[in-house]
Design a protein around this ligand. Sequence first.
Ligand SMILES: Cc1ncc(COP(=O)(O)O)c(C=O)c1O
Length: 290
Amino acid sequence: MTHPTRNPDALSAFNAYEPAYVSLETDEDGVIPESLAATLASGGVKFIYLAPTLQNPTGRTIPLDRRKEIARIIQRHDALLVEDDPYGALRYRGEDLPPIQTFAPENVVYASTLSKVFAPGLRIGFCTAPEAIRRWLVRVKQGTDLHTSTFNQALAAEYLSGGHLQRRLPKILDLYRPRQAAMLDALDRYFPKTFRWSRPDGGMFIWVEGPRGMDMAWVYRAAVERNVAFVPGKFFYAREGKGIETMRLNFTMAGEAALDDAVRTLASAVSACSRGREEDRRRNPASWAA
Ligand SMILES: Cc1ncc(COP(=O)(O)O)c(C=O)c1O
């Protein structure tokens, strides 16, 4: 089964250049190395984009051995990987893992952000890159916006050097960890057994897969009528028609009681859509037979 390996923001950033996307095969441990090797062997790949740690939208993390294997493959093909890591600091369980960049520094541009651990409105991110690419990135950035707001950079510098991140991060984790647990409990309690969902070690999201053919765009409409929203998973796929039965739930923005209510409400939207589908199937058997 193919799972998403990208997020809508990255897709919209890439779309401006009208790329031809090639989706990699993934499993519960992220991208499958053989799929990466085969894609690179077929040639013509400008770069690979991965979010290997607590990925948006699935919450998956690529384990250590697979990271090393991916590093070996990109080195063998002299390929370039963009390693996007906005969620690595939001780990509630388990060990931190080294970025893939550690194992192939000359083949990886590693990028992260202060958006998840300070403030998204600051628009401060950072990257490390092989020297030749770093020089180009500086030029392109200057050509794009001259420079990032110096006021915002000063705030970020104080946040980092003044020890604020170290003090705040445990508080952020203590806030989000029980929210994730509450959402997972509520899914166990209210969602039909025909659904599956991820149990990530951190991040902001839970990835839910419904039964084949259930279009989450219908569920979305029914949920919004009930004042609950989520992101239909199809927006995380490069190819149209993929992931219609999936959804991404965010657990960071509400308290535990509200999350329990929201998931119960979402489950009622799901059952309303399932009933609607069954009724339609009974009334129009011919259109369902196709
Ligand atoms: C996969 C991924 N990459 C990068 C980002 C970067 O966010 P920002 O542009 O706020 O630094 C996000 C945040 O939503 C994300 O989900």
